[in-house]
Each structure stands twice: as C-alpha cells, then as structure tokens.
Design a protein around this ligand. Structure first.
Ligand code: ATP
Ligand code: MG
Length: 310
C-alpha cells in the first residue's frame, strides 16, 4: 500500500491543494484511495465533506470501535496532507510511513529558505537519504510570465532534488477546491494547460500510483464492494471524467487529531516484526492503525514500532 505524503514546513505553500489532487487522481484512475490529514486544521477532511457523492470516491480515515484512526480496509493508496511547521518527531513519523514525499514550494526567498531547512531535516532521515522514501519538489502558484519556475528548478537542482515542474497560479484551483473538486474532475478543455502541468508529477509518482501489489486488505478484501472501478490506466490526466463511483465515506471523529497520533502501518509493521521472529510470517488481519504515541519529549528515539526495514 503506497503512501504519498505532501510535506513542507512553510504554511500556505500548497500542501492541501497538492494532496487533494493526488488523491483525486488516484480515485479517478480507479484506485481505492484514502486522503488523510496529519494536520490539526483538517483541511483534507473539510474538502472531502464538500466533495459530491457522484465523483470518484476518496475515503477519509476510518475510526474503529476503540476510537483509533485506521486506513479503511480495501484501501490501496494513501495520501497524507501534513501541517505547516511540521518537524522533528512529527516529521520523522510521516517519513517512516511514506514511500514518496512531494514538497510544494512557492518562489520567494522566504519560501525557498524554509523549504531548504525542511529538505535538510528530511535528509537527516535514513529513509530519505537512502532513497527508500523518494523526494521531489513541485513549484506552486507560479506566474508563467516570470522566471520563477526556472529559479525554482535551479534551486531544486542545487539541492539535488528532482524538480517536477511548476503549477501556475490560477483561480481554477481555488474555485475547484471550494466545490470539493480538483482540476481532474473538470471538463478537460477547461483545464488543459493545468492538466498538462500535472503530467510530469504523475509520471514521477508512477512507482507509487502503479505498484506491483497495493492492498490494505488483511482480511482479503481488495475493494470496497460498492465501488465501480474503471480499469487501471483507463483515465489519463487529459481524459474526460466519465465513471461514477459510489462513495463510502465514514465520518471522522472530531475529537481525534491525527497530528497527535502515531502512524503505525499495522499490516506492514506486524509482518516485518513477525518475519524477524518466525520463519513463516502470517499476514495480520487488521488494517493499519493510528495509535497515540508517547510525547516527543518523552521519546527522544523513534519507537520500535515505527521502524521500517531499510
Ligand atoms: N496553483 C494555485 N493557484 C492559485 N491558488 C492556489 C494554487 N495552489 C494553491 N492555491 C491557494 O493557495 C492557498 C494555500 O494553499 P493550501 O491550503 O493548499 O496550502 P497549505 O500548504 O496546505 O497551507 P497550510 O500550511 O495552511 O496547511 C489556498 O487558498 C489555495 O487555494
Ligand atoms: Mg493545508
């Protein structure tokens, strides 16, 4: 189950916008995707509430009987929206979970400096440094009449981070998101220029978007039964939306704050730890779980349960 996180400690850099679009792309492409906030603002949750039931479904966190946040059964792709200012233990937790991180960066000195600090911290984390968690930059809200995209590309290259291109500044994003939409949900002719800008981003995300095997289905349930799924690859960034997928969105308890929870990819973690102690690891029957961690101040080291193989 690939996990794509959108990370930048600079507030307002476009994280929620990117996260919603990546999730919508997965949904439109026929994947069972969850968009989850690791964010006290709960931007993704608010956006999902605006999303019409006739659109390709994007699931939120599920809340189990113990009031824990879980990736719903049947989900094959997870997209995480993260808060501005995230660093230290909180950032490490997301990195331990993520297979790819997309960092949206606007072009100002302040934005670049902030992103540079974020990148430096990410590179101290083995999963990013050794490439197990991939990292790339997307230019956000770029005015095509300026050299902002080029400046960002050169900056990105100087850091040794792939630059996936720039998304132009347009009210299309603002208006779409207000209506629970993304530009992938619009008639393609309305957003042709913007859809084209997404092509290299989706190309870079291909290993996560089309993994060999992607299922959080401990009980063997691969898809929520009510969904009608288009064949994988049937919809391209430039293809008109066509399919109607029924929604299976639960409600997220308002008392739960994912930003204060630990990410524990139950299936994968359990399998890894089992493989160390038993010759024949058994796939656990539970979905990935979020549990409340010890506070960072109490836990200078990353807890054992967050560790992944390298
Ligand atoms: N390409 C774009 N063109 C115009 N406006 C955009 C574009 N991308 C994002 N925005 C707008 O910029 C604002 C900030 O975007 P967004 O909320 O995605 O940032 P964020 O990084 O999630 O912010 P926060 O750190 O507060 O969570 C929003 O009003 C959003 O609609
Ligand atoms: Mg946000």
């Amino acid at each position: 189950m690939p996990v794509i996180a959108v990370v930048n400690r600079k507030g307002g850099s476009g994280k929620s916008t990117l996260a919603a679009h990546i999730a919508a792309w997965c949904a439109r492409n026929g994947s069972s995707v969850m968009l989850g906030d690791v964010d006290r603002q709960q931007s993704a949750r608010a956006w999902l509430k605006r999303r019409d039931a006739s659109l390709p479904a994007i699931a939120p966190w599920a809340v189990d009987q113990k009031n824990m946040l879980r990736v719903p059964t049947g989900i094959t792709h997870v997209v995480l929206d993260t808060p501005g200012g995230m660093h230290g233990f909180e950032l490490a937790r997301v990195v331990m979970f993520a297979d790819a991180i997309v960092m949206p960066v606007c072009n100002s000195m302040f934005d670049r400096e902030s992103a540079e600090a974020c990148h430096a911290e990410l590179m101290t984390m083995p999963r990013v440094a050794n490439g197990r968690c991939r990292l790339a930059v997307v230019g956000m809200r770029i005015d095509g009449r300026t050299n902002a995209a080029q400046t960002l590309e050169e900056w990105s290259e100087s850091l040794g981070v792939p630059f996936l291109g720039a998304l132009r500044e347009t009210q299309l994003y603002v208006r779409s998101l207000e209506r629970g939409l993304t530009i992938f949900d619009l008639q393609p002719q309305l957003a042709a220029a913007d859809l084209a800008q997404w092509a290299p981003i989706l190309q870079w995300l291909k290993p996560q978007l089309y993994p060999p095997q992607a299922a959080n289905d401990g009980a063997g349930v691969v898809r929520p039964p009510a969904r009608t799924l288009a064949p994988r690859g049937a919809v391209s960034p430039l293809t008109a939306p066509g399919e109607v997928v029924s929604r299976q969105l639960g409600t997220l308890s308002g008392s739960l704050m994912p930003a204060q929870e630990s990410l524990v990819q139950g299936g994968r973690m359990s399998t890894l730890s089992a493989s160390r102690t038993t010759p024949a690891p058994v796939r656990p029957p539970v979905a990935p779980t979020l549990v409340r961690p010890a506070r960072a101040a109490d836990s200078p080291l990353i807890p054992q349960f967050l560790k992944r193989s390298v």
